[in-house]
Design a protein around this ligand. Structure first.
Ligand code: SF4
Length: 408
């Protein structure tokens, strides 16, 4: 098994290698295929990853983005990131955010503090609370149900909360099924699921970087079940550590396959590992270059043909790099993140004001528009449809239709 220290350093191909010879012919063939609207295979995805130059990938991703989003709109959401607890027993070596139970810096936010943060978000016109935390050994779904019910009754703002690994942790803690836990959370007001915790959906990789965390199959199963009970979710990828190029494609393939099955993913976002200050920093390779990040952003837009939205990650990559990604396949700027604790704990923090986000989008040649958690545009400047406007209106995906058929 490859350790983190032995992880091979991947180097991007030279542009000249993609301009002539058999590799250039193959890249041209795959490019034609994408432009005709056909799906590329994992082998073709890997070929692009290994041989296409950055410019070609960017151009192709921009073509696909423009076909899916012809109005030159780039969306973002006014939201706040709240981490109700940093207590966690899962010990992921890449995580600088968590504290073990009993640690002097361990916390569970009191209700009054949570409520004050929510009120501030609502006062600022927020559309979403992104709430994720550690795998606390004693906080059960009942704690979350009470919080979600309070949010629904007092404010009505959408709770985009609990990643797949947290949901699975709750189910294990309570010896209940993931479906039962998700249904309780949904009844209490959970509106959508964030895509965190996917890292790389390949067991070889997960056993090295997060051996106690959700397995590949379980991460996918939680999202499948969420889609079946009527929740939409997003998907992510954290890369640039021990995974091989083939495993990056395997990750995308698993997401694309589940999306074919359920249609429940709203968006995909990826970011590079942030190794500074994490518990196992000495075992990680240096942070990859922005070029590697751009390549994956572009490739994800090309590969994930059944995902409507690709989100940039300015919190990890910086706002200028995110501006560039808008020409490498991204059509969404993510959240305004009025608060961010997880990556800032890893020494990486790029918080941007709404005005700055809008300027950056405009200067890249797009119209900025505010959206909700389900990618319905809620901006008064928008002249088109605002759908979907709610969790219920967004529950029109394949898995939900199938569930409804079964009930009949
Ligand atoms: S990434 Fe999540 S599960 Fe892993 S240690 Fe950090 S808080 Fe815990």
């Amino acid at each position: 098994m490859t350790s983190r220290a032995e992880a091979p350093i991947w180097r991007a191909p030279r542009a000249s290698g993609a301009l002539e010879g058999p590799a250039a012919d193959e890249i041209a063939r795959i490019t034609d295929k994408v432009e005709e609207g056909a799906r590329i295979t994992p082998e073709e995805g890997l070929f692009l990853h290994e041989h296409a130059d950055l410019g070609t990938l960017g151009q192709l991703a921009d073509f696909v983005r423009a076909r899916k989003h012809p109005h030159d709109v780039v969306t973002y959401i006014v939201d706040r990131n709240i981490n109700p607890t940093n207590v966690c027993i899962t010990d992921c070596g890449f995580c600088a955010f968590y504290r073990r139970p009993g640690d002097k810096e361990a916390y569970v936010l009191p209700r009054e503090e949570l409520f004050a943060k929510i009120q501030e978000t609502v006062d600022l016109g927020g559309q979403q609370l992104l709430m994720q935390g550690g795998h606390h050994p004693y906080l059960t779904s009942e704690w979350w149900v009470r919080l979600l019910s309070d949010i629904k009754q007092r404010w009505g703002i959408n709770a985009h909360a609990l990643s797949a690994s947290e949901v699975e942790h709750l189910a294990k803690l309570e010896k209940r099924s993931v479906r039962a836990v998700l249904c309780d959370l949904k009844d209490a007001g959970l509106g959508s699921l964030p895509g965190a915790g996917a890292e790389i959906l390949v067991e070889r990789v997960r056993l090295i970087i997060a051996p106690k965390k959700t397995t590949t199959d379980d991460w996918l199963a939680v999202h499948r079940t969420a889609h079946e009970v009527g929740l939409r979710s997003s998907a992510t990828m954290m890369f640039g550590h021990v995974e091989t190029p083939a495993e990056r494609i395997e990750h995308l393939e698993r997401l694309r396959t589940l999306q074919d099955e359920t249609g429940g993913f709203t968006a995909f976002a990826c970011w590079l590992t942030q190794p500074d200050g994490v518990p196992e920093e000495h075992l990680y390779p240096k942070k990859s270059t922005p070029g590697v990040y751009l390549r994956m952003q572009a490739l994800s837009r090309i590969y994930l043909d059944n995902f409507d939205n690709i989100q940039t990650s300015y919190v990890t990559q910086g706002i200028k790099m995110s501006q560039v990604t808008l020409r490498f396949g991204c059509n969404d700027f993510g959240g305004t993140m009025l608060e961010e604790n997880v990556v800032s704990a890893a020494g990486c923090f790029h918080l941007a004001s709404i005005e700055r986000i809008e300027n950056v989008i405009r200067r890249a040649g797009f119209r900025p528009m505010q959206r909700n958690s389900w990618y319905g545009i809620v901006d008064p400047r928008w002249e088109g449809s605002r759908a979907p406007e709610s969790r219920e209106a967004a529950a029109t995906h394949k898995a939900m239709r199938r569930e409804r058929e079964l009930v009949r």
